[in-house]
Design a protein around this ligand. Structure first.
Ligand code: ATP
Ligand code: MG
Length: 361
């Protein structure tokens, strides 16, 4: 069986380092591994509209930002198909049929959607499209017959929902859809990177992000103002490493060679953590080190972005070509789905013959 990747992002803002460690960096590695037959990367504008119906301009403006972030991180349009969700109408059709396979109470149990509803103060007035976006995500994944979906931890409930839809569809209509596997980052700290404010998740909607396209100065300012252990007031105080975002970021980004390069008094992160926990190590010193580490990762991305920014029409062309290719694949799946459901009446010679006979007799 072919190995196919599908993943993507909502164009609700520029991409941040949470996206990078949670999914983007891994995607580039998978793309370059040569182990996958197809890689589809989707800019999920239709999904972004489910909670931005009154602000389509935000979505429209951010499509190019996300595409620039993709390319500057190393997604390569020769190896990966970059597509825009709304340009593939087959996805809506698939969602419509999948809706019949899911109950309202099942959707209500989705913990990610639950917390997103709370975050957006939607409790009293949830848009139906937002409430049902896990179904539309199942359409995205199955349309491309994805076997592997590399995402951050918050997407686990969506993958569960997709698997249930696939099983239900196949059990009613016969083996048609492919059950996907989720691929989470192997590094624990990357599963759900916290915000610079210490909140549980760095998220565009929470305004607590370090963006891939932030200037070196902005990144430094954000890091130097980051939330740390609130009880670590004096340098001599013992500090807490667990749940401290500065150390979580170091877990996510730092490698041993960074110590040789920027902080040779310590051999590795364990030694730095031990000193912080004992007391006698100030936040400023740790933050300066984190800044060096993150700048080293972001600098080449920023440079490549500047290059891509010089020819924006070429990027829209990449997205157009990718969307066209993706539509061909989705159309083929939709046609298989419709024939499995036996709603392909005009191609069904047997049906027409049976009906003709019935009315003759
Ligand atoms: P929004 O607030 O609009 O939902 P978001 O920041 O949550 O935006 P998405 O586009 O919903 O971003 O997520 C895209 C991908 O990035 C998903 O695979 C998601 O799991 C991953 N991701 C998002 N935020 C983080 C994070 N803080 N840590 C790790 N992975 C993340
Ligand atoms: Mg999200």
């Amino acid at each position: 069986m072919s190995k196919i990747i599908l993943t993507g992002d909502r164009p609700t803002g520029k991409l941040h380092v949470g996206h990078y460690v949670g999914s983007l960096k891994g995607r580039v590695q998978l793309q370059n591994s040569g182990k996958y037959d197809e890689v589809f990367i989707m800019i999920a504008d239709a999904q972004a509209l489910t909670d931005n119906a009154d602000n389509p301009e935000k979505v429209r403006q951010n499509i190019i930002e996300v595409a620039l972030d993709y390319l500057s991180c190393g997604l390569d349009p020769v190896k990966s198909t970059l597509l825009i969700q709304s340009q593939i109408p087959e996805l809506c059709e698939l969602s419509f049929y999948y809706m019949n396979l899911v109950t309202v109470s099942r959707l209500q149990r989705n913990p990610t959607v639950k917390s997103e509803i709370q975050m957006r103060n939607f409790e009293a007035s949830i848009p139906v499209g937002f409430f049902t976006y896990p179904i539309s995500q199942a359409a995205d994944i199955t349309a491309f017959k994805a076997t592997t979906v590399p995402v951050g931890e918050d997407q686990l409930p969506m993958l569960e929902q997709t698997k249930e839809i696939v099983r239900k569809f196949n059990s009613i209509y016969g083996e048609t859809l492919v059950e996907p596997e989720v691929l989470l980052p192997s590094n624990q700290a990357c599963l759900r990177l916290p915000g610079i404010d210490g909140k549980a998740k760095m998220s565009k909607s929470l305004n607590n992000c370090i963006y891939l396209s932030d200037s070196a100065d902005d990144v430094k300012k954000k890091i130097m103002n980051m939330f740390t252990d609130p009880n670590h007031l004096k340098v001599s105080d013992p500090g807490k490493v667990d749940g401290n975002p500065v150390f979580i970021y170091l877990d996510a980004f730092c490698q041993e060679h960074h110590f040789e390069e920027f902080l040779p008094e310590y051999a590795n992160l364990d030694e730095l953590k031990a000193h912080y926990t004992r007391g006698g190590l100030g936040d400023v010193k740790v933050k300066r080190f984190l800044n060096e580490v993150i700048q080293e990762e972001l600098e080449p991305i920023r440079k490549r972005r500047k290059e891509y920014e010089k020819d924006i029409p070429a990027i829209y062309e990449i997205l157009k070509k990718g969307s066209e290719k993706a539509e061909e694949v989705a159309a083929k799946t939709l046609s298989e789905v419709k024939s499995a459901m036996k709603i392909n009446y005009f191609d069904d010679a047997e049906l027409i013959r049976e009906q003709a006979e019935r009315f003759q007799s």
